[in-house]
Design a protein around this ligand. Sequence first.
Ligand code: AP5
Ligand code: MG
Length: 215
Amino acid sequence: MRLVFLGAPGAGKGTQAKKLVDKYKIPQISTGDILRAAVAAGTPLGKEAKSYMNKGELVPDSVVIGLVKERIAQDDCKKGYILDGFPRNTAQAEVLDNVLSEMKAPLDAAVDVDVDKDILMKRLTGRRTCKKCQQMYNIFFSPPKKEGMCDKCSGELFQRDDDKEETIKRRLDVYDAQTLPLIEYYKKKGILKSVKGTGSIDEIFNKVCSVLEGK
Ligand code: AP5
Ligand code: MG
């Protein structure tokens, strides 16, 4: 199964993608995670991406498209994958379609997770992630048992640099201007599946699985 996850910052793309990885045994490809790892490692890619990410702007298409092309060509993607955070604008979506049509492996679905803006802000300002195992928490909705520490591996929790209120506002504006049109793009292609992204993580996961399995 080859999937794209659409949805605003904080909609739960990463949370739901991780659950699909467990269920369908296909990899999650998160361009945000790849870029954050490059920033943390201080690579040339990370140095280029950092200033865009900290402002809440998109990293240039040329950079991100190259990363995704390379990743989906790897062996573990043969049975499918979940793209989380890519494509982010029409240009990226068109390139992806061309690449996948050359590979004779088109997308099966684009899942849009729809969440109201006031909830998004709380989800993003409250998000904490484990440095060691990447498990996600939310200080408002799903706090760890011990403040600042991962329940699963006792790793230290951190807050993303772009989860500051001003940067979140910019990310939400960039989403409206550049990413929202992709809902119509995939609707026209007949592969859009929409899910209301409010309720518990498990409730939303059930809805995602239902639309994917055509129920
Ligand atoms: P990226 O990492 O993709 O961030 P984003 O799109 O802003 O989305 P988030 O990761 O913030 O949210 P999410 O939908 O994954 O939500 P999550 O599951 O974490 O991109 C970051 C930056 O990288 C971009 O700004 C850009 O600069 C660059 N970039 C990345 N891709 C790019 C591309 N293709 N082109 C150009 N630039 C690119 O959940 C959020 C919180 O809510 C968590 O705390 C979670 O626990 C909680 N939560 C989730 N579901 C629920 C629920 N049902 N109830 C209560 N809480 C919940
Ligand atoms: Mg994410």
